[in-house]
Design a protein around this ligand. Structure first.
Ligand SMILES: [Zn+2]
Length: 483
């Protein structure tokens, strides 16, 4: 009996500690209200973004399919629209899918900052799904319409606009700033970002921090948060396409073996879905939850601030929905399947592709090994789908860093309605090419994304509100002034 009471007492004590931890942490200030009048001075800037959107700089894996003239046209348009940038800044030659500008700072002792974006876009897809021409660049109903507005000419144009305005005012930044734009991010960034990073490395540049595309000021993604959240990516998942294959004996399908190659591959794919990678609370996720806790109801705070005890519960809850599941585990998505091309012919080989996003803390080799071991249970095997092409997960960047602090302060000024939280970016960016030459790598797209904007990135009817774009310009102007 005594043991029972001791147990109850311990549990109560534990609960009390948990409640204390939940209650005592940082409290959120009341959300601010943005004064749209502060955007008046940027009025008209949207016309320039629209002009850039009208140039279809679609990148393709096969360069022969690309319209190179469009990329040249875009460069000419940049010179015409942002003359101060093209006349006053030093343009460094990093190849034909890169635009790199150096803006020397006053203090050569300070490490530079790299402001990144890409100016290529993905193809518009099915034209009939678009309410306007995909490259109309129409400005209507308070929006700028067209492919690239959200991904990511808004950052490309926004950074150029801010730099152009500051240069016109005679502003000189404290530290050197690089405007680093790639023209092939959507197809891997080898001709753009990789070439730029290579050139900077050659010139001995080590940057303090960089800003690249990433999380938005997300309005409604986490329904339990009391305000929009500015999601600043401080880590990035790795990437590998894995081919699952099995060999069989071709022949007539009337007397089949117990398992055909198609059956073996199908079983391996099924195993990849039922035996998911183990879930884990990474350092980034722990940071994310801690930073999130001021903005969520008490019950969530109780969970998020006591991960040592509540970890398993949080992992289970996160595993339940695709967007949060991606934060707690390496994910595998079966995307391609092929086997025999005739109904009554046994396949002599079958193949599937898993698109795999690797959680930081793991690596490509361990991920391949686990998938191969699962596949072998089904009589199949796992290999790299593209000759060893893979990206290791990127290291977590510090939150206690001048770059993060600058970004956070600018969010507070330009998106005062939002709370800022560091998080793990689950998609890939050009940032991967800069790992060797940068301390702090932050992925944040300065724009509000509400439910009405969802689906625009890589989808139809991509658009950005004029107010949103002007806020992007303001964000960059403040960011550069305080860099
Ligand atoms: Zn992008």
């Amino acid at each position: 009996m005594a043991v029972f009471f001791v147990l109850i007492a311990v549990l109560l004590l534990l609960l009390l500690v948990m409640i204390f931890r939940a209650a005592l942490g940082k409290k959120a200030p009341a959300p601010g209200v943005f004064d749209a009048r502060s955007l008046d001075k940027y009025a008209g800037a949207e016309e320039k973004l629209a002009k850039l959107v009208r140039i279809p700089t679609v990148s393709r894996f096969d360069p022969i399919e690309e319209d190179g003239a469009m990329f040249k046209l875009l460069e000419a348009e940049v010179s015409a629209l942002f003359p101060m940038v093209s006349e006053r800044l030093l343009r460094l030659d990093a190849g034909d899918r890169a635009m790199l500008f150096e803006w020397p700072g006053k203090n050569a002792k300070l490490k530079p900052v790299i402001l990144m974006a890409h100016y290529d876009v993905v193809p518009p897809g099915d034209d009939s799904l678009w309410q306007r021409h995909p490259f109309s660049g129409d400005i209507a109903d308070g929006y700028i319409h067209g492919r690239g507005t959200q991904d990511i000419k808004i950052m490309f144009s926004g950074a150029l606009e801010a730099a152009n305005r500051l240069l016109a005012e005679g502003f000189v930044p404290e530290r050197t700033i690089y405007l680093a734009f790639g023209g092939d991010e959507e197809v891997g960034g080898n001709r753009g970002a990789a070439s730029i990073a290579g050139l900077l490395k050659e010139r001995g540049v080590t940057a303090s921090w960089l800003l690249d595309e990433g999380g938005f000021v997300s309005n409604g993604m986490l329904s339990f948060a009391d305000r929009p959240l500015a999601l600043v990516g401080v880590a990035e998942k790795g990437y590998v396409d894995v081919a699952i294959s099995a060999k069989g004996k071709g022949g007539h399908a009337s007397m089949p073996p117990k398992h055909t190659a198609a059956g073996q591959v199908a079983k391996a794919v099924a195993l990849s879905e039922t035996k998911r990678f183990p879930s884990k609370i990474t350092a980034t996720l722990a940071h994310f939850l801690e930073s999130l806790s001021p903005y969520v109801p008490f019950a969530y705070r109780l969970l998020f601030r006591n991960l040592l005890i509540t970890g398993p519960l949080v992992r289970a809850a996160f595993s339940a929905s695709p967007s949060t599941n991606a934060l707690v585990r390496t994910t595998t998505a079966a995307t391609m399947l092929s086997a025999s091309d005739k109904e009554n012919v046994l396949p002599d080989k079958a193949r599937a592709v898993l698109n795999v996003r690797i959680l930081p803390g793991s690596n490509v080799a361990a991920t391949m090994a686990r998938i191969d071991s699962l596949a072998s249970k089904a009589g199949a095997r796992a290999d790299f789908a593209h000759h060893g092409f893979a990206v290791e997960p990127l290291p977590e960047s510090p939150v206690d860093h001048e770059g993060y602090r600058n970004i956070e302060a600018r969010i507070k000024a330009v998106f005062p309605e939002a709370g800022t939280v560091p998080f793990m970016f689950t998609a890939g960016t050009d940032t991967k090419h800069y790992v060797d030459i940068t301390e702090g790598m932050y992925r944040f797209t300065p724009m509000v994304q509400g439910p009405e904007d969802l689906g625009g990135v890589h989808g139809a009817n991509e658009k950005i509100s004029v107010e949103n774009y002007l806020r992007t310009v303001m964000f960059y102007e403040e960011l550069i002034k305080n860099a």
